[in-house]
Design a protein around this ligand. Structure first.
Ligand code: FDA
Length: 308
């Protein structure tokens, strides 16, 4: 399985295959299990439907690693539009943003300026921007930007970040973020990282995930625990019960199209659930990372494809 995971992660960076898949009708159809659609209206429809099932959403306008300042501004414009539409339609939804899509690899100042305008917009409309975490070359810069933006009164509380349990550094990052009062989404981590920076074995990642969840749940800040792993979820529920932490003090987050029964079950049990809903035509790298997490998805998607 680790070989397949590496293969899918390598494929996620293949530009020719990406161009081919994103422009093919079959590719678009296959991706629809994990991607809400190509247009803003598609994702708003999904947000409303998910909301009808008692869950919140976070919306991701797909795309990463832009190659020009113009592209970065164009990507940010979609999020500005979304923030206005979410306020107008009163949807229980916030946004998830990647800093490489805002130009981080071109200029840190550009990405920070764009992220600041999104955080200010979110603050002004009573909303929230989650900065997704990308590969470990970008961790420090991402945390620095989030920390600086959260320190501004015109965006304080309207910006949060993601911590990946597979990184050795994450415990000290969580401790610092708690001191700064920044909201965290904890996940296991989706990129291929070398053993010099990340736990190579799943058991160690899982143990760190549970340890870091405890730190987050003990803090008075509202955090998110993002996983589909039922053993992680059971451990977190048990920790919350044992420490008398009310279910309203945190939320579980899961990806659109994954473990839908579990999402609904948690809502029935009284937990808050937020679904991460991606949309847009740049779906290929996101889709390939979902296959890397569970290579059996290829068989699952193929079966559904031929059935429909
Ligand atoms: P694990 O991979 O151990 O899977 C547990 C079980 O869940 C599997 O056995 C399977 O049943 C099911 N499952 C998991 N992935 C599946 C899939 N793709 N298809 C079908 N079933 C699947 N990562 C990152 O690096 N930066 C980020 O910003 C984010 N953001 C983020 C937001 C949200 C809301 C979620 C849920 C996840 C992320 N991630 C992420 C991805 C995360 O790091 C991780 O790769 C996936 O969540 C898979 O890990 P699990 O915790 O689900 O456990």
């Amino acid at each position: 399985m680790p070989v397949l995971r590496s293969a899918f992660i390598a494929l996620s960076r293949n530009r020719s295959l990406r161009r081919f898949c994103e422009n093919s009708r079959i590719g678009v159809k296959l991706s629809s299990r994990f991607v809400a659609g190509m247009e803003i209206e598609d994702v708003l429809r999904v947000a409303e439907a998910v909301g009808g099932q008692g869950m919140a959403v976070t919306l991701d306008s797909l795309g990463e690693s832009v190659t020009s300042e113009q592209e970065a501004h164009k990507a940010a414009d979609v999020y500005h539009q979304l923030l206005d539409l979410l306020a107008a339609r009163k949807l229980n939804a916030n946004i998830s943003v990647k800093l490489t899509q805002m130009g981080l690899e071109l200029s840190h100042a550009l990405a920070e300026k764009i992220a600041r305008s999104l955080a200010q917009h979110a603050h002004a409309t009573g909303n929230f921007v989650r900065i997704d975490m990308e590969d470990s070359r970008l961790t420090q810069n991402t945390l620095d930007i989030v920390r600086r933006l959260n320190a501004h009164p015109d965006s304080r509380g309207a910006i949060g970040v993601v911590i990946q349990a597979y990184l050795y550094r994450s415990q000290s990052d969580v401790e610092q973020l708690l001191v700064d009062g920044i909201r965290v989404r904890l996940c296991k981590g989706a990129y291929k990282e070398p053993p010099a920076v990340a736990f190579p074995h799943k058991a160690d990642v899982d143990a760190n995930f549970v340890r870091l969840s405890g730190l987050l749940l003990d803090s008075p800040i509202f955090h998110a625990i993002a996983t589909h792993d039922e053993s992680m979820i059971a451990a977190i529920k048990a920790y919350a019960t044992q420490h008398k932490i009310e279910p309203a003090r945190f939320e579980f987050q899961m990806l659109y199209g994954i473990k839908r029964d579990l999402q609904r079950r948690l809502v029935q049990e009284g937990y808050k659930v937020r679904v991460y809903v991606p949309f847009g035509s740049n779906w290929y790298p996101y889709f390939m990372r979902r296959l890397a997490e569970r290579p059996a998805n290829v068989i699952f998607l193929a079966k559904n494809f031929f059935r429909s």
